[in-house]
Write a protein that binds this ligand. Structure first.
Ligand code: SF4
Ligand code: SF4
Length: 490
């Protein structure tokens, strides 16, 4: 049984020193770990210290031996930054990611679709507006040398010809400006044929196919517009893309109440999928769609099953299928990269609806209250800043998150979910937190296990080499200069 408790603060014991915020964690295998949440470090205390760590209840009861270990590991520190990212200014970062809704339409009618309660199915984007959108995007990404264009609201492949036109135009504009351009497509897979798959493979696309697992699960939630089952068409499209793009394809599976993680994992493995991302469903409280705390124990068992399989594959010298809830956290622990927000919403990321209106991200399209302006007349950056101060506040200021042990690995949860489904638009959907924390706790113990057996397992998990890691570190430093400060003290 895994337990997590906060390590009492020793601040004030020694002049000029303070305790970093840290937690004691007993893993399912009974290993004692200390999780330094400020630096997202995992420490394995020597045996002589473990008992002292677990039993200390107040600072004045800490033994000299324990204090000395805490100083040695800089858990008692003279570093004055008490929180990871004390965001004093809200300077907007350059735009690096934009989601463009080309179709304003979808050919499916999924039970949990977030577009039902908002109003984004308004028909396709005109060619004139596509050009204006790109002018807007390239102006806003001034200062950045990369840009990723996402196609994902509704079903973008309904407008495949428009998509090709946009890709051509954006490619020319990026070349003129010396910007490194990439494309992300999220599709339900039903319209994919050989021609489309070949086109995507020949261009710098990463593709996400939405599929909830085997037919018994997928067809429960994801029907075509006429009500018929969609699984067979999705699987056909998915296989077409996988055969040409393998490693550039991720499958997004939405997890609802009753869905077992291990069923999705086994299904994904049987199809040769290389990246699987499970997403906790966003929904209204009374919809019955979201997992409940009664399912936590099964969820935990399934995480264990999946990590055991990953471990076996790693120990055979192979690269396992990437399982994103776990791999995402392990990546952050490897860097290490404490985060202060869940995503770049309203800052480095924006969403454009098919009528040219601009919103914090693709899941806010059509919610008038969150419209920042449009691509033709410009947007109000003050409203963007305001959104980042309140709805997407840094995790230290987010209602309900500021004292959560998992906050610098979680970031505070999706900001669109509470806006669409929640009672309060500045705190997360707490019913999801149980499962976020299970993911994070499992990732911590699994990371500690694999790095202690063979640190190269961590790289093999991602097919990484050391240059990739450097690139990621640089990206984090560019986005958050505070990170440099934290790293230098380590
Ligand atoms: S797990 Fe929940 S409470 Fe904790 S940081 Fe994430 S969203 Fe906030
Ligand atoms: S707010 Fe939610 S949906 Fe929007 S970009 Fe962030 S994580 Fe994605």
């Amino acid at each position: 049984m895994q337990t997590i408790t906060e390590l009492p603060s020793m601040t004030g014991l020694t002049n000029g020193y303070r305790s970093r915020t840290a937690y004691r964690l007993i893993t399912e295998e009974d290993r004692v770990l200390v999780y330094d949440s400020e630096r997202t470090f995992i420490l394995r205390p020597p045996e002589s210290i473990q008992k002292l760590i677990m039993s200390v209840s107040e600072p004045n009861k800490a033994s000299a031996e324990l204090i000395s270990w805490l100083k040695e590991t800089d858990l008692i520190t003279n570093n004055c930054i008490s929180k990871c990212y004390p965001e004093q200014t809200f300077i907007l970062p350059s735009l690096t990611d934009i989601s463009i809704d080309l179709s304003g339409n979808c050919n499916m009618d999924c039970k949990y679709c977030f577009e039902k309660p908002i109003f984004s199915r308004i028909g396709n984007m005109s060619d004139e507006l596509i050009k204006k959108t790109l002018d807007f995007v390239f102006e806003k990404c001034e200062g950045s040398n990369t840009l990723s264009i996402h196609f994902g609201s509704g079903e973008p492949l309904i407008e495949f010809n428009k998509l090709k036109g946009l890709v051509d135009l954006a490619t020319r504009m990026a070349e003129n400006k010396g910007i490194d351009l990439a494309f992300e497509l999220t599709t339900n897979g039903t319209l994919v044929n050989k021609e489309i798959a070949e086109y995507l493979a020949e261009h710098p696309f990463n593709v996400r196919v939405s599929c909830d697992g085997p037919p018994s699960i997928h067809n429960t939630y994801r029907a075509l517009k006429d009500g018929s089952a969609s699984y067979d068409r999705v699987e056909r499209g998915l296989k077409e893309i996988l055969s040409l793009m393998g490693d550039r394809v991720t499958v997004n599976s939405v997890i609802c109440s009753g869905t077992r993680l291990r069923t999705i994992w086994d299904w994904a493995k049987s199809l040769g999928i290389q990246h699987i991302h499970t997403v906790k469903v966003g929904s209204k409280k009374d919809s019955g769609l979201a997992m409940t705390s009664h399912e936590a124990s099964e969820y935990k068992t399934d995480l264990k099953y999946i990590c055991n399989q990953i471990f076996t594959i790693l120990s055979q010298g192979q690269k396992p299928m990437e399982f994103q809830p776990i791999s995402k956290i392990i990546r952050r622990l490897m860097l290490p990269a404490p985060i202060n927000r869940f995503c770049g919403v309203s800052g480095s990321y924006l969403g454009v609806a098919s009528d040219g209106k601009v919103y914090p991200c693709f899941r806010h399209l059509g919610i008038e209250k969150y419209c920042f302006g449009d691509v033709e007349n410009g947007i109000d950056d003050k409203s963007r800043e305001q959104y980042r101060r309140y709805e997407a506040a840094p995790v230290d200021n987010r209602r309900g998150c500021s004292n959560c042990w998992a906050r610098y690995l979680c970031g505070g949860g999706c900001y669109a979910d509470p806006v669409i489904y929640g009672d309060k638009n500045n705190s997360p959907l707490f019913e999801q937190c149980t499962f976020w924390k299970l993911d994070i706790a499992k990732a911590i113990s699994f990371y500690d296990e694999i790095r202690s057996i063979d640190p190269t397992y961590c790289l093999r998990m991602f097919g990484d080499d050391i240059d990739d890691i450097d690139d990621i570190i640089n990206k984090h430093i560019i986005e958050r200069p505070e990170f440099v400060k934290t790293r230098k003290t380590v």
